[in-house]
Write a protein that binds this ligand. Structure first.
Ligand SMILES: NC(=O)c1ccc[n+]([C@@H]2O[C@H](COP(=O)([O-])OP(=O)(O)OC[C@H]3O[C@@H](n4cnc5c(N)ncnc54)[C@H](O)[C@@H]3O)[C@@H](O)[C@H]2O)c1
Length: 387
């Protein structure tokens, strides 16, 4: 049986997923696409698809069995609720939504839903994370009491602080946008619910504060790297990043100045989380790292496990014997192989009427944790995680 997909939102994620994961898949067919912006249809010109500027029309198309929703985070509830009414199977991008009330609204709408509802926490599907889950569940390092996660994001300054992600009113926060992947994975690996969170955060490198530190005064508003007089002297300009670090995030990427006073999301955050099973987690998110890496450590009664997704290595050290095991997991494309495995889970759940590994309940926990963490940072106190 071939499942016919419609994709809503053809930005960075939606277009890549449609072109690289849905179209080449032998059991899927891309039949419809939707974006508010017609120019986003261009890469699909050669495809036999119907395009809509209003996604309501895509949902009315009876040929569409399932939808992939990749619109901005603060539109997910609206689109999901309509897709439920249209009785489509749903693969919705993470995070669930940006507010507790919208998450509750989605939970109510999906409570008795008969279709598949999978949320795009792709790392749950990547082989590296699966291997770690197997090792931890087998009790190899004993009872875990302490864990640590670090997100080194080198592209904060290449991407997030040049585009819409830099404003809280658009992205919520970078905890919600980025950290949510690692925090969801940690919830899954620790195998318990987060109950309390404390945190600290700051905006020191980018934004107006960053400008004062770097240039001694704020810069004028609405500067753009490509037309800025500082484009070759400012190390944060997209042109210098391309020249010195050999990175072009994407052609025509927005080039808003990272030192603009509109920037209000934190560029570094640190959290302390307590789980129901008494495991304690420390987690850090840094947007001005020198490289990109997710790394994790688990401290158990029998040993310690470290892994990261840059080297794709899992290192297990025994606590009482001089034994060390190193496992290398082969590197794979498209989120470490996660995109393909996620689609496989979606299809299996559709055929066998099962609940996906990345589901409504697990995603609601991840989103509620992140929203509580933001409150902990802004109120400077320990916050109970709802749910
Ligand atoms: N799972 C992952 O690893 C991963 C990676 C990147 C992004 N994402 C998620 O994917 C989503 C999209 O992110 P992005 O980086 O592609 O953003 P983007 O800004 O590049 O793309 C969003 C697209 O949605 C379109 N859009 C907005 N409102 C719409 C509407 N009402 N109807 C139709 N189209 C509409 C915009 O025109 C744009 O083309 C976000 O939720 C993000 O968190 C997930």
């Amino acid at each position: 049986m071939v499942v016919k997909f419609g994709v809503i939102g053809l930005g960075n994620r939606g277009s890549k997923f449609a072109l690289h994961s849905i179209i080449p898949h032998p059991d899927l067919e891309l039949v419809a696409i939707s974006d508010q912006n017609e120019s986003k249809f261009l890469p699909f010109e050669e495809q036999d698809v119907v395009s809509y500027t209003n996604y309501d029309d895509l949902l009315k198309n009876r040929e569409v069995d399932a939808v992939f929703i990749a619109t901005p985070d603060d539109t997910h509830a609206e689109v999901v609720l309509k897709a439920v009414r249209a009785e489509k199977h749903i693969l919705c991008e993470k995070p669930l939504e940006v507010s507790l009330s919208k998450i509750s609204e989605m939970e109510a709408a999906l409570a008795h839903y008969k279709g598949v509802f999978l949320v795009g926490y792709v790392l749950r599907y990547a082989p590296l994370y699966h291997k770690v889950k197997q090792i931890l569940d087998a009790g190899t390092i004993g009872q875990i009491w302490l864990a640590n996660g670090v997100d080194h994001i080198h592209y904060g300054g290449y991407a997030f602080f040049h585009d819409w992600h830099r404003e809280k009113k658009r992205s919520g926060s970078l905890l919600l946008q980025k950290a949510t992947h690692s925090l969801d994975i940690l919830n899954w690996l620790i195998d318990s619910k987060p109950v309390q969170v404390a945190g600290l955060g700051g905006l020191e490198v980018f934004g107006e504060k960053g400008a004062k530190k770097k240039f001694g005064a704020p810069l004028e508003k609405n500067l753009h790297c490509r037309s800025c007089t500082l484009k070759w002297s400012c190390e944060e300009s997209l042109l210098n990043i391309k020249k010195y670090k050999n990175i072009e995030w994407q052609k025509n990427w927005p080039d808003n100045c990272v030192f603009d006073s509109d920037v209000d999301v934190d560029d570094h955050q640190a959290l302390l989380i307590l789980y129901q099973n008494n495991t304690k987690l420390t987690y850090s998110l840094c947007q001005f790292s020198a490289f990109y890496r997710r790394e994790f450590q688990f401290f158990g009664t029998k040993g310690e496990l470290y892994f990261d997704d840059e080297r794709n290595e899992i290192i297990i050290n025994d606590r009482l014997k001089p034994e060390k095991t190193v496992i290398h997991v082969a590197e794979q494309a498209h989120h470490g192989g996660g995109d393909d495995e996620m689609l496989l889970d979606f299809l299996t759940c559709l055929k066998e009427k099962k609940t996906p590994l990345s589901n409504l309940a697990s995603s609601a926990v991840a989103s509620r944790l992140v929203l509580a963490a933001e409150d902990a940072i802004s109120q400077n106190k320990i916050i109970e995680v709802e749910g």
